[in-house]
Ligand binder design. Sequence first.
Ligand SMILES: Nc1nc2c(c(=O)[nH]1)N[C@H]1C(S)=C(S)[C@@H](COP(=O)(O)OP(=O)(O)OC[C@H]3O[C@@H](n4cnc5c(=O)[nH]c(N)nc54)[C@H](O)[C@@H]3O)O[C@H]1N2
Ligand SMILES: Nc1nc2c(c(=O)[nH]1)N[C@H]1C(S)=C(S)[C@@H](COP(=O)(O)OP(=O)(O)OC[C@H]3O[C@@H](n4cnc5c(=O)[nH]c(N)nc54)[C@H](O)[C@@H]3O)O[C@H]1N2
Ligand code: SF4
Ligand code: SF4
Ligand SMILES: [Mo]
Length: 891
Amino acid sequence: MLQIAINGQLHRFQERLTILDALRFVKIEIPTLCYDERMKPLGGCRLCIVKANGSPHPVIACSTQISDGMVIETHTHEIEQLRRSLLQLLAHRYPADFVREFPDKEFHRLIRAYGLEEECTGKTSPELIDESNPYIRVDMSQCIYCYRCVRICEEMQGQFVWKIWNRGDAVRILPDSETNLRESSCVSCGACVDTCPTGALEDKSVLSLGAASNWTRTTCAYCGTGCEMNVGTREGQIVVIRPVQDAPVSRGHLCSKGRYAFDFVHAQDRVTHPMIRVNGSWQPASWDEAISFAAGALGRIVARHGSASVGVLGSARATNEENYLAQKFARTVLETNNVDCCARVCHAPTAAAMKLMLGAGAATNSFDDIERARTILICGANPTENHPILGARIKQAALNGTRLIVIDPRKIELTRYAALHLQLRPGMNIPLLNAIACAILEEDIQDEEFLNERVSQFQEFRHFIQEWTPERAALLCGVEARKIREAAHIYAREKPAMCIHGLGVTEHIQGTEGVMCLVNLALLTGNIGKPGTGINPLRGQNNVQGAAHMGCDPGTLTGSIPIKEGSDLFATVWQRPIPTQQGLNLLEMMDAAEEGHFKALWAIGYDIFLTNADAHATRRALSRLELVIVQDMFMNETAKEFGSIFLPAASSFEKTGTFMNAERRIQRVRKAIEPVGGSRPDWEIICDLARAMGKGDLFSFRSPEEIWNEIRSVWKAGAGINYERMEYGGLQWPCPAEDHPGTQILHKTTFSTGTQAALRLVDYKVPEESADDEYPFILNTGRTLYQFNAGTMTARTPNSLLCGGDFLDISTQDAQRLELFESELVRVRSRYGEAVLPIRITDSVAPGELFASFHTPHVFLNFLTGPHRDKFVDTPEYKLTAVRIERYSGL
Ligand SMILES: Nc1nc2c(c(=O)[nH]1)N[C@H]1C(S)=C(S)[C@@H](COP(=O)(O)OP(=O)(O)OC[C@H]3O[C@@H](n4cnc5c(=O)[nH]c(N)nc54)[C@H](O)[C@@H]3O)O[C@H]1N2
Ligand SMILES: Nc1nc2c(c(=O)[nH]1)N[C@H]1C(S)=C(S)[C@@H](COP(=O)(O)OP(=O)(O)OC[C@H]3O[C@@H](n4cnc5c(=O)[nH]c(N)nc54)[C@H](O)[C@@H]3O)O[C@H]1N2
Ligand code: SF4
Ligand code: SF4
Ligand SMILES: [Mo]
C-alpha cells in the first residue's frame, strides 16, 4: 500500500495506480477531455494536470503513477488558471450554438464550469460536415483534437478508420477514405461517437428525435455475444442506444446492430394486433378471439389425431422464461415432446458432441479467455461479422501478440491478423482436424500428463489416427501438409490455446463429428479446463443457448436433462406426468407433416420457411398442415404463406426476462418501452393460451421473475442465480447456490461424465455433393455484418443502406472466365431449386467456390440448399451445395 496526501488529507492506495485513478477512487473530480477509461491514457489535453510534491511543474494525472509519500493538490488557483487557459484556446475555435443546444456534452460542461461561453467564437462550415453514414453525423468544426475517436477506433474496434492529417493549426481528422465516412472502412459501431466529448461526431437519431429522457439497462437482442446496452427513450420511443461501460462482455462497446439497428420496433408494418386467416385472407381479431380460436383449433387436432400430431417451436430470440413456458406448454398442455427451436439448425451438433464427450453441451470457457490465450484456433466462424464485439476483442488480442490459426474456406477478415490460415475446401474439417491430431502425435508434442490423468481411449486413438497423415489429408482438403503440421505445432506448443468454432463446423453432414474432432485436439494437448483454453462455440442468437437449455428440445428437459432422468422431478413440480413418447425435432416434424401425420405447428419467433434448408421441401411440409400459429413481430415468410393465426409479440425492448449468451452467462432483459400497439410479451401469450386450454393452474405466473424462480426449482445448476444477483453483468452457470460465484471455466479437475474423457475415432465420409460438369461450383452460405438471419429486424433499419441485400461472392478468376461483371444479377441453380442474386467479385472465396448470405425473402437463398443432414442431430447441410451459374435475362 502507498500513502498519499491529497489536498491535505492522507489516503492509502494499492500500487500501480495513476493519479487520476486514485483521485476517482476517493471521488475527487478533476476535469479531463482526452481521457476515457476504455483506452490507454494519452495525456494530450493536459486538463487533468495537478500539483505534485510542491513542484512548480504540474504533472498529468492520467498518465503519472502514484508513488509513496506523494503530496497532491488538485485545485490550486494556479492549476485552475492553467486549465482555464487550455480550455480558452479550444473555445476560440468552437461554435457557441452547440454549447447552448447540447449542455450535457463533456466539453460543454467544462466550458460552462470555467465561464467560457462568451469566448466560443468558432464557426461551422459545410465542408466540415459529413452526413454520408446513415447513423453518424460528422461536423469537424466541433473537433477539439482529443483524438478519442482515432484511439477508440484503433484500440477497441481495431478498425483504424480515423487518420490525423497535417500538424499544428492545420491538423484535421479524416476517415481513411479521405472522402467521407460512408466510403471508408468504418463498420458503424458507433464507438467514436460514444466517446466524442463534443458533438463533432453525433448520432443522427439524437439530432432528429432529441436527447433521451430515460435510460434502461438491458441486453442486446441480436447475437449470442450478449452485450449490455443502455436504451435511451423519449416519450415512449427509443431514440438512442449506448454501450454499458461496466458490462463484462462488451466492456463499453457495441456493434452496428446493437448500437443502431432498433428502428424495426416502430416500423410501419409491425403487426400490432392479432390476425386470423379467414377464407385465405387475414382478418384482424381481438386477443380473446385469437386465443380462443387457437385453443379450439389445437384442441380439436389433438382430439382427432393425437398429441403426436402437434408441435411447438420456441424462439432463440425470446427470453429463457418464455422458452421454458413454450416447452412446458408442449409437455403439459399438448402432452407431447414435439418441441424444438432453431438450435436444431445451428449448434445442436456442438451440444451433442460436447455433452457426449465432456458432459456439458456448452462452451467450456469464457470470453475473458480470449485475452488469456496465447493461441486462438478459429474454425468455421467469422466473428468480426457475426459476433463483432468478440471479433474486435480477438483482433486486439492478435495485435498484442496472440497467435491466430484460422480454418475457413474463405479469407475472412481475421485471416489478415492470423499467423496461419488453413484455407480448406468446404466440408473437409474431418480430414484436416484428424491430420492435425496425427501431426501432434507424430511429433510427440501431446500433453502426456494430461492424457494419463484425464483422457481414455488413447491407444485406440493413436492407432486409428496414424492413418490420417497430413499428406493424405492434404489431397482431400487442399491445405498443404506443411501448414497442417505448423498448425499442430502452434496449437500444441503455444499454450494456452483456445478453440473457437462456428457453423463452418456444425452445418455439415458430419457436423457433430467435426466438433468431436475439435474436442479430440483439446484433449490431446491438455487445452481444456484451464484459463485461455477450451472448446467454445460462438452460439448464434441472443438466446439460442437458453432456448435449448430451457428444454425446447424433444429429448431434454430444462437444464439439458434427458427426459427419463428428469421426469420424476418435473412431474412433481408440474404436477403432471411427463410424456414418455420420443418427441420429434424440427426436421422430423417437417418429414412427418409431408407424410401427413403431423398436423399443427406453433412457431414462436422462428421463420422456418425462409431459413430451413431446402425450401421446396419446407413448403411441401408446411402446406400440408391444418394449423400454423405464428407468433412474431412481423408477417414473416412462414406466416405469409402458411399462417392460420398470427399472434403479435412484443420485442425484447418491451418486456422483462433473461437471455443466456454463448459463455453460459445469464443476463437481465429490461423493459424500456411499453409493448407497441396491441402486441404482448410471449410469456403472457403462452399463459393465456394455456388458460384457454384448461391448464391455467400450471401457468398462473404474474411476472417473468416468478417463471424464473420455477426454473431455478427444476434446474440445479441455475438454482443460485436470482434476479437480484443478475442486476449488473449477470452470472455464468453452473451456479448451484446463492452464495456461489458462478463458473467461468468448466471441467477444471473432472468432466461431468467422470474423471476421464474418451477420445473419439471419427471416420471421414465423402460429402453428399461435389462439383461436376452440370453443377461446377460449391456454394457455401452464411451471414453478413449488417443483416441478421431472417432479416425481419435489420432489414427494417438503416442497416439496409449499409448492406442492401444478399450477394453471391465469386472469385475474380471465375468472374473473368464467365465474363460476369460486378453487381450483375445471376441465376444460381442447384439440384433442388434456384435463386437470383447479384454477384460480388472478391478474392475472399477460392476459385470454384461461392458464398452467399440468406437474409432476404426476395432472394430466398434456401431454395438452393438441399436435404442432407447430420446423422446424429439432423442439422442441415447449409454450407455445401453443388450449383451452377446462369446469365440472368430478367425472366
Ligand atoms: N451479422 C450477423 N451476425 C449474426 C447472425 C447474422 O445473421 N448476422 N446470425 C447469428 C447466428 S443465428 C449464428 S448461428 C451465428 C453464426 O456465426 P458463424 O458461425 O460465424 O456463421 P457463418 O457465417 O454462417 O459461418 C462461419 C464460417 O464457416 C465457414 N465455413 C463453411 N464451410 C466450412 C468448412 O467446411 N470448414 C470450416 N472450417 N469452415 C467453413 C464459412 O466460410 C464462414 O466464414 O452468427 C450470429 N450472428
Ligand atoms: N442458407 C442458410 N440458411 C440458414 C443458415 C445458414 O448459415 N445458411 N443458418 C441457420 C441458422 S444458424 C439459424 S439460427 C436460422 C435462423 O432463422 P430464424 O430463427 O428464423 O431467424 P431470426 O431472424 O433469428 O428470427 C426469427 C424470428 O424471430 C422474430 N423475433 C425476434 N424477437 C422476437 C421475440 O421476442 N418474440 C417473438 N415471438 N419473435 C421474435 C423475428 O421477427 C424473426 O421473424 O437460419 C438458418 N438458415
Ligand atoms: S463508427 Fe466504429 S468503425 Fe466507424 S469510425 Fe467510429 S469507431 Fe471506427
Ligand atoms: S456483438 Fe452481438 S450482442 Fe453485441 S451488440 Fe453486436 S449484435 Fe448485439
Ligand atoms: Mo444460428
